[in-house]
Design a protein around this ligand. Structure first.
Ligand code: SF4
Ligand code: SF4
Length: 123
């Protein structure tokens, strides 16, 4: 858990988690779920969407530091209902590595500062 507990707003974030936060691994279950969602067979999905395989045979749909192929131009996940398990548990503020949290917080601080000033001006 972050030592900085400020709440973040994912809608105000450039979706760093789907861009810079590292690779996304998919289990066989994830692959079946994604393939079904996209109307593909498992092998069609793998041929089209697995972007890298590790030496240990792990499969990734997103490579480290690269934007996920399933993120659209409005920063929405286009496979949200079928997103991989890796993505389901991911909140940048709960990650051990704080770099993504800090990036998201940095982007959002000026907005909060402005909101605070606005509230004070309305008093
Ligand atoms: S990086 Fe954090 S704040 Fe930004 S979209 Fe992902 S979870 Fe939300
Ligand atoms: S599958 Fe969806 S939630 Fe997961 S990294 Fe890609 S765009 Fe983000």
């Amino acid at each position: 858990m972050s030592d900085d507990s400020r709440p973040l707003d994912c809608l105000r974030c450039p979706a760093f988690c789907c861009k810079i936060a590292g690779y996304v691994e998919v289990s066989e279950y994830d692959i079946r779920r994604l393939a079904k969602f996209l109307g593909l067979t498992k092998s069609e999905f793998e041929a089209k969407h697995i972007v890298e395989r590790t030496r240990r045979g792990k499969k990734h749909i997103k490579a480290e530091y690269e934007t996920c192929q399933f993120l659209d131009s409005k920063r929405r996940c286009t496979v949200y209902e079928a997103r991989p398990t890796d993505c389901r548990g991911y909140y940048c503020w709960d990650a051990e590595d704080q770099s993504v949290y800090r990036a998201a917080a940095f982007i959002q601080v000026p907005v909060r500062t402005q909101q605070k000033e606005d509230r004070e001006n309305r008093k």
